[in-house]
Ligand binder design. Sequence first.
Ligand code: 13P
Length: 255
Amino acid sequence: MRKKIVAANWKMNMTQAESADFVATLLLELGEVSDVEVVLVPPFTALAKVTEALAKSQNVKVGAQNMHWERSGAFTGEISAEMLRDLYVRYVVLGHSERRQLFGETDEIVNRKVRAAHEAALRPIVCVGETLQQRERGSVEKILSLQLRGSLTDLGPKELAETVIAYEPIWAIGTGQTATTAQAQEAHAFIRHTLCEISDEATADRIRIQYGGSVKPDNARALMTQPDIDGALVGGASLDARSFAEIVKGAQDLP
Ligand code: 13P
């Protein structure tokens, strides 16, 4: 049994005050959700505020959007896994397509970060996904396989089981064009098959695979009902506490 995991990737949005308001509304809307893991992923500047606002909540965790792979040193502008741990961060999104496309992150860089995250007991959410051009060329499986194998090199079964994969087709991010449930399930099944080749069936069965790309309250539940879709990584719709709460509720009581 894989517990569903729904995460809010705020990207470069939200001040401290807005973050505190969001958390207050979210907790009111959600009440006690125990069968879904909820993760808020604010910008670095709001991490402490979100943790503070979540002090009374058991079920909502905090994640960061990126980190550096070194522990400390002369890396101006960077933030390490230890620094995130110091702020009670539990998850870290790595290899988001915006980092790959706009900031030149390669699978090798993502892999260094994934290994450093595990060393610091942070759970990585590793993003993979194809461009529209790659989909039209019929190379979805090739791209996913390369990204997974490259990003997850040298991880043991325990680390893999504690890694979350986010399938985010780039053509669906911020476009309003969600993958159909069938398209998403097909990609997720292929990802699980690849994870099985990378490790073994028991480990692959434990790894949670989120879908991301124009997830909204009205399409989230249908996506998460698919057998290999274990949650959602939400961008735009996660900036509004009520709409994010609806998406979380859509993940409740699902097998
Ligand atoms: P949207 O939900 O805005 O499409 O963003 C998805 C995403 O990139 C989450 O990481």
